[in-house]
Write a protein that binds this ligand. Structure first.
Ligand SMILES: C[S@@+](CC[C@H](N)C(=O)[O-])C[C@H]1O[C@@H](n2cnc3c(N)ncnc32)[C@H](O)[C@@H]1O
Length: 220
């Protein structure tokens, strides 16, 4: 029997290769969106007015670029070197945009920098154990700084760690974990980890009955 494969960076590189290519002009039009529906829901106003921002799991890097193009000193972390290379190729001309390859838990543990806003859009905050992530995020926020994240609304009754086979049921044994909770549970967990002024809610989909988006905001 072959050994189980849990090479997450390779999985996310594979995911990156499947993402559609866009011109920078197209990408910037809807770059900052917390929901899975392009142009739908709140935008970067949820971050307040940060001078510095850190994105956890930036994917294409468009949200970092959108903030940098407004004058924010914006850094993104992603596990996938493919995403990092693509982001630099597309957005490297923006002076305020920085893209780094790292696992978020390792990065937040090692850095001594602080940010006004740390955020994640269907990103690493969804794919990282909150018990590990939340203390590290709080420690790297400036006093009064804001943590904001979004992910797909949890399947009702299915909470906590969610495992999925990344290559389907007939592929190699590669899996990833996600964490999903109802808004009240996220809010309680954030408060337990010392965050204040916490708000978490379901942003409805543009079509009634479609999957909504969980959005949470918390402050140091
Ligand atoms: C579903 S994609 C979302 C990307 C982007 N935020 C978006 O909205 O299109 C999740 C991203 O998180 C990154 N990611 C997952 N786990 C990570 C980790 N532990 N550290 C850093 N990045 C991670 C993946 O490489 C991927 O680019």
């Amino acid at each position: 029997m072959p050994a189980a494969i849990t090479d997450h960076a390779a999985y996310w590189d594979h995911y990156a290769a499947g993402m559609p290519a866009r011109t920078p002009e197209e990408a910037l039009k809807t770059a900052f969106c917390w929901t899975q529906y392009e142009g739908h829901g709140p935008g970067d106003e949820l971050l307040g007015d940060p001078a510095t921002a850190l994105e956890l799991g930036f994917g294409r890097g468009n949200a970092v670029a959108a903030l940098a193009s407004k004058g924010v000193d914006a850094t993104g972390i992603d596990l996938s070197q493919v995403q990092v290379d693509n982001a630099w190729a597309m957005w490297g001309h923006l002076p305020g945009a920085t893209y780094l390859q790292a696992d978020v838990t390792e990065f937040l543990t090692a850095t001594d920098r602080r940010w006004d806003a740390i955020y994640s859009i269907f990103g690493a905050a969804w794919f990282t154990d909150p018990e590990q992530l939340f203390p590290r995020v709080r420690a790297r926020l400036a006093p009064g700084g804001r943590f904001v994240f979004s992910h797909a609304q949890a399947v009702p009754g299915s909470y906590g760690v969610q495992g999925m086979y990344a290559g389907g049921f007939t592929g190699p044994q590669t899996w990833v974990y996600r964490w999903a909770y109802e808004p009240e549970t996220w809010a309680d967990m954030l408060r337990t980890h010392g965050f204040r002024d916490v708000r978490a809610w379901h942003e409805p989909a543009p079509t009634a009955g479609y999957v909504g988006t969980l959005i949470a905001i918390a402050h140091r």
